[in-house]
Design a protein around this ligand. Structure first.
Ligand SMILES: NC(=O)c1ccc[n+]([C@@H]2O[C@H](COP(=O)([O-])OP(=O)(O)OC[C@H]3O[C@@H](n4cnc5c(N)ncnc54)[C@H](OP(=O)(O)O)[C@@H]3O)[C@@H](O)[C@H]2O)c1
Length: 334
């Protein structure tokens, strides 16, 4: 069986995902939705979408019956509105990270998907990459003993640009939702939902968090330390430490090509390329692993993922909400 995808949005990640779909034999990009005719046509032309399915509104994409599933690739501020639009039109949805602006929005998106028995998943693509699959295997076999901590950081120095979505509060800008969600999601995958959270950040000139640190603790005493930044060139690495050793995820921690595992005095380095696959191509940078997972779940008649479950997505949004409250970050009317 093959799957016919529609993409909502025509920006950076929409293009990356379109490239990634091109690598799956059973995936077909058949439609796009954009706020403008011009960008819908340009995107459609580039990716071989028939003119009748290059929609100049998201509403028109929602009623396009040639689409089996929609990938929502709009800014954080619009994930809630767009996901509900497609779910209410009867379409399964893969929605970009961060899943929503807050847990209230996320809970509504999840409730509608469950009520309508439609597939919904947060596009936390890292979880489907070979290195992350291997991390879960190593932890399942207690390769580093009992996990005690997760340390992860992700951030770059970006030129301050008030018009860019990352510096725009109304679009859900800031380091937390865009970059911080990766370390937080890794900590959640490894340690589960934290019991206590302490966050620190000084908001920048446009009112978004530009450099944030989050310390969290779990009931069993394990801790996580996450940093994200739009202001500093962080190492973009992660380390999971257990009673017997540790696993290092090198630059970039959200899509590493290798892992280093140290158990007492023995060090092993595993090569696990994120982007390449059977065809040795790097198009789409590894996003095809996630798309393949979604298709497998749809084929199996599932309405959610066991690797990125909706309840965990909601818990991650609650962690982000707690951090946001503590640092005083508000997204426009949120
Ligand atoms: N998985 C990854 O590695 C990765 C990488 C980058 C971003 N992301 C995520 O993907 C999402 C989009 O990020 P991006 O970097 O692709 O952003 P982007 O380049 O700014 O593109 C966002 C697109 O959303 C559409 N859109 C709809 N309503 C909009 C509005 N009110 N204002 C601006 N754009 C609007 C626009 O397409 P139209 O003009 O066609 O409507 C725009 O091109 C975010 O959730 C981000 O966190 C994921």
């Amino acid at each position: 069986m093959s799957f016919r995808w529609g993409i909502a949005g025509t920006g950076t990640i929409a293009k990356g995902f379109a490239d990634a779909l091109g690598r799956l034999r059973d995936a077909h990009l058949v439609a796009v939705g954009s706020r403008s005719r011009k960008t819908a046509d340009e995107f459609g032309e580039k990716y071989g979408i028939a003119p009748a399915h290059r929609h100049a509104s998201y509403e028109d994409l929602a009623v396009d019956d040639s689409v089996d599933i929609v990938y929502v690739a709009s800014p954080h501020s619009h994930h809630h509105e767009h996901t509900l639009l497609f779910l209410n039109a009867g379409r399964p949805v893969l929605c970009e990270k961060a899943f929503a602006l807050d847990a209230v929005q996320a809970a509504e998106m999840i409730a509608v998907a469950r009520e309508r028995r439609l597939f919904l998943m947060e596009a936390m693509w890292s979880r489907f990459l070979p290195a992350y699959v291997k991390v879960r295997e190593l932890l399942a076999e207690s390769a580093i003993g009992e996990v005690q901590s997760v340390e992860a950081d992700f951030g770059f120095r970006l030129p301050a640009n008030p018009t860019h979505r990352l510096f725009n509060r109304a679009l859900g800008g800031g380091a937390l939702l865009d970059l911080g969600v990766y370390p937080i999601s890794l900590a959640s995958m490894v340690l589960g939902t934290p019991e206590r959270i302490t966050a620190y950040s000084k908001l920048g000139a446009t009112g978004v968090d530009e450099h944030t640190a989050i310390l969290s603790g779990n009931g069993n005493g394990a801790v996580a330390l996450a940093q994200c930044s739009l202001r500093a060139t962080l190492g973009c690495t992660a380390r999971i430490t257990g009673t017997e050793g540790h696993i290092e995820l090198p630059f970039m921690m959200h899509c590493p090509d290798e892992l280093t595992i140290q158990v007492r005095s023995t060090t092993e380095r595993l090569s696990l390329p994120a982007a390449r696959d059977d065809d040795n191509s790097t198009a789409g940078g590894g996003l095809h692993h996630q798309a393949r997972h979604v298709q497998e779940r749809l084929l199996a008649g599932k309405t959610e993922s066991d690797i990125m479950p909706l309840d965990e997505t909601l818990a991650i949004m609650r962690t982000l909400d707690t951090a946001r409250d503590q640092i005083g970050l508000r997204y426009a009317d949120h």
